[in-house]
Design a protein around this ligand. Structure first.
Ligand code: KMH
Ligand code: ZN
Length: 304
């Protein structure tokens, strides 16, 4: 019997903007309600970013996280995972503020600097609900998503050693896996290492079966059985490559942060819970079981 599957739901992120989907949760009520519904639908881990409640713009403010975090914590026992990636337009200190305050059991940790090109989305819409949206997207033409070795060490020290937080290690290319394996060999990261293979971000590896196998092959070679992986594929690749991830022994991440559409169609997903429910149905039909939050805590060595 294979290990149970951990299903992560990434609720809102900092890529998609309110114009792109009326279903993207941006107010504290929407984020809390969709998080609880996603958990009800089967999500084990909830990956969280904050938004400015008035405009829906990605926010790094601790107070914006605190508008929904306590409600989610009270309402369910899902593993709460706070982003330390924020957006490429935030400083490292801004990105870390909420996680330093909340000291959650899990945070994301991005394993390398890169171009993070979401600017093509800026041309897809003729009118925008908010003035900030198009310039925010366009700015990524000339911004580096900065995650230096020093930044990674700061996050490991402050949140890992300092707070007992464990990580969703976001790897957008094979070189990021090499960096992670180096931190593992150096003893700065302890197994089991939870790696998120991120496929399909412009600036990172593409979303294809071949690239997923290249990521897994590299991780197998460099980290052996010291790691578990999950698959996040952007846009319409979300469901097919997530399914492939489960079939080849991994876990899966879905959610409106990564794709606004339903399945691999052009229809907008009605909610995060709809994507979670769809992925749950797929993996259960294939004979896999979804881990409960406590089972995931045991598998991933979380502090609980
Ligand atoms: N937006 C995803 C491609 C983070 O929050 O640290 C990756 C992500 C990064 O979730
Ligand atoms: Zn994120």
């Amino acid at each position: 019997m294979s290990e149970k599957i951990t299903l992560t739901c990434a609720l809102t992120g900092s890529i998609h903007t309110p114009t792109m989907s009326p279903h993207l949760p941006v107010t504290p009520d929407e984020i809390a309600e969709q998080a609880l519904a996603a958990h009800q639908a089967g999500a084990t881990i909830l990956h969280l970013h904050a938004r400015d409640p008035a405009t829906g713009k990605p926010s790094a403010k601790t107070e914006d996280f605190m508008r929904f975090l306590p409600r989610i914590k009270q309402g369910c026992d899902a593993v709460l995972n706070i982003s330390t990636g924020g957006s490429s337009q935030m400083t490292l200190d801004e990105r870390l503020a909420a996680a330093r305050a909340a000291q959650p059991e899990m945070c994301s940790l991005n394993m390398g600097s890169m171009n993070f090109g979401i600017f093509p989305l800026a041309r897809r819409y003729e009118t925008w609900r908010h003035d900030w949206e198009q310039p925010f997207l366009e700015a990524t033409r000339d911004v580096v998503f900065k995650n230096t070795f020093g930044d990674i060490q700061t996050i490991l020290a402050d949140l890992g050693e300092g707070c007992g937080t464990r990580f969703e290690f976001e790897c957008y290319d094979v070189g990021h896996i090499q960096t992670l394996a180096w931190f593992l060999r150096a003893g700065h990261v302890k197994p089991p290492v939870f790696v998120q293979f991120v496929l399909g971000v412009l600036g990172g590896i593409d979303a294809s079966p071949e690239s997923l196998m290249a990521m897994k092959g590299t991780a197998d070679r460099l980290m052996g059985n010291a790691y578990r992986f999950s698959v996040l594929a952007a846009g319409r690749h979300q469901m097919p490559l997530g399914t492939m991830g489960a079939i080849i022994g991994g876990n899966v991440r879905v959610g409106l942060e990564d794709s606004l559409t339903d399945g691999n169609s052009r229809e907008l997903a009605r909610s995060n819970a709809a994507q979670v429910g769809r992925m749950r149905k797929i993996v259960e039909t294939l004979g896999f079981e979804i881990a409960t939050p406590d089972e995931a805590r045991a598998i991933l060595g979380l502090k609980g």
